[in-house]
Design a protein. Structure first.
Length: 486
């Protein structure tokens, strides 16, 4: 048929959801079970639902439901009569149904599409979920063209987008991409919160002024609080200053530049310190640290002096490859006084002797610390001096949880008898050193010969290296193995 009605199988999924909202004790609302139990010998196709899309604010019954029910020869006549006279459901009930379906995964999305076709009135509440996340992949030209057409025909959809993921190509954006950026950036009531800019990689300098302006306009949306930057080259650091409500920043494989085009100098000079974004969560992967290094440097173009502020940073994750970027990590730690969660990844042996001094400023707020250490050789100090780091903040901290993930590359060993583990055991259990510490987790991952008893080895290591923690009545210690046999 020409009418845009949902297949019956999808309507049944909606009815299943309806049951969650029926009045207690009212069995006449249990539509889905009755239909599934009795719909055996129907003589109509799934798409043969008739009736007009209702215009009233109350949307019950679904158009065509009566038609379908008359094809159920064993259906209870009382139920059919009740259904025909049942009062309409108000909008807030349908909004709740849409919310529930949105959390049901792929099947819920299918049902949401069906619900959207039941009425013009249900369309906006379903679109709110169906378009809450938009992925724009420049390499998929057909998908980009279709998205452009949808937004041009229905610009109000831009007001529903909460997450926008943009995967760019090496060359400049197409006209379709540029129009999509413009529509999303100019939505009058935008609720966008999370933006991902992903290159392959992409040099910011090859993008046209139109494309650059479109991306910056997105960052200026007041509700944007989370931004992930991935594999972008020569990205200007000043663009983050426009994202005034940015709280969560993720960086991976990004190089930067502090050059400011003349067209933006006037806007930057008018920014006050209160308008500069205060980062709460910062994640920097272990590829490059150039962008973050530039980001921390003062800017003469900005009235506040900085592109972002880190005084209120509470969560910090940082990756280091063979020592590169360690000083940048220390600079970030020294800039904050409210750090609560710290996660550090080390690729190769890197001495952490000076880390404790950088953590002292946040020792009274730091509650959780996680260290991932990948060993590329039989190091005599497999914990990289972590015991010295913790000793530097002993007696003046509120650390509650400590996690250590230690991995050895294939063919490499881990010197568990070096004394590092015993030193850590002594530091953590010293009287008054860590009064709030309650949980210590150590995971050892290595490659073992077939026939080795990994469990016995772990038990011996735990007893030999952490005797004080095992005896502690206030600290729980868990040691795990992740063995891959060769």
């Amino acid at each position: 048929m020409g009418a845009n009605y949902a297949p019956l199988s999808q309507v049944l999924a909606i009815f299943t959801c309806f049951n969650q909202f029926r009045p207690r004790g009212d069995q006449s609302w249990n539509l889905s079970s009755s239909i599934h139990a009795n719909f055996q010998n129907r003589n109509t196709s799934d798409d043969a639902l008739v009736g007009n899309l209702p215009e009233s604010p109350y949307l019950w019954p679904y158009p065509g439901v009566t038609h379908v029910l008359t094809h159920l020869p064993t259906m209870n006549p009382t139920l059919i009569s009740t259904l025909r006279t049942k009062p309409a459901l108000p909008h807030d009930i349908f909004a709740c149904i849409a919310d529930v379906l949105a959390d049901m995964g792929r099947e819920g999305i299918v049902a949401l599409r069906a619900l959207a076709l039941t009425s013009k009135s249900t369309l906006p509440m379903c679109r709110r979920h169906l378009f809450s996340s938009v992925v724009l992949v420049a390499a998929f030209e057909d998908m980009t063209e279709r998205l452009d057409a949808v937004l041009r025909a229905n610009p109000e959809i831009a007001s529903y987008v909460k997450t926008f993921i943009y995967s760019m190509e090496r060359f400049d954006a197409s006209e379709h991409e540029q129009r999509i950026l413009q529509v999303l950036g100019r939505a009058p009531t935008s609720v966008m919160q999370f933006i991902v800019l992903h290159g392959s990689p992409v040099d910011w300098g090859v993008l046209s002024e139109t494309t650059q302006n479109g991306i910056i306009r997105l960052l200026q949306i007041p509700t944007v609080s989370r931004l992930h930057l991935q594999y972008l080259h020569k990205l200007p650091t000043f663009i983050l200053a426009f994202c005034r409500n940015l709280r969560h920043l993720g960086i991976r494989g990004v190089t930067g530049t502090d050059v400011v085009p003349p067209r933006y100098i006037g806007q930057l000079s008018q920014l006050t310190p209160s308008e500069i974004p205060h980062i709460i969560k910062l994640e920097e992967a272990q590829h490059f640290h150039h962008f973050l290094e530039l980001l921390l440097q003062p800017s003469d173009m900005i009235a506040g002096g900085l592109n972002v502020q880190l005084e209120k940073l509470q969560e910090f994750g940082f990756g280091i490859h063979r020592g590169r970027g360690l000083n940048i990590c220390y600079d970030v730690l020294k800039a904050t006084r409210e750090l609560r969660c710290f996660e550090l990844g080390l690729n190769g042996y890197i001495s952490l002797q000076d880390l404790g001094a950088s953590l002292r400023g946040s020792a009274q707020t730091l509650e959780s610390a996680t260290f991932h250490i990948l060993l590329d050789g039989p190091d005599k100090n497999p914990l990289c001096g972590l015991d010295s780091t913790l000793k530097a903040i002993a007696g003046n901290n509120c650390l509650k949880n400590l996690t250590i993930n230690l991995s050895a590359e294939s063919g490499r060993g881990c010197d568990t008898e070096s004394g590092s583990f015993g030193n850590l055991d002594a530091v953590l259990t010293e009287a008054g050193a860590f009064p709030t510490l309650r949980y210590v987790e150590v995971t050892l991952a290595w490659y073992a010969e077939v026939g080795e008893d990994a469990e016995q080895w772990i038990r011996r290591l735990t007893c030999d290296s952490f005797p004080r923690l095992l005896e502690s009545t206030t600290i729980e210690i868990c040691v795990f193995e992740d063995v891959e046999f060769i």
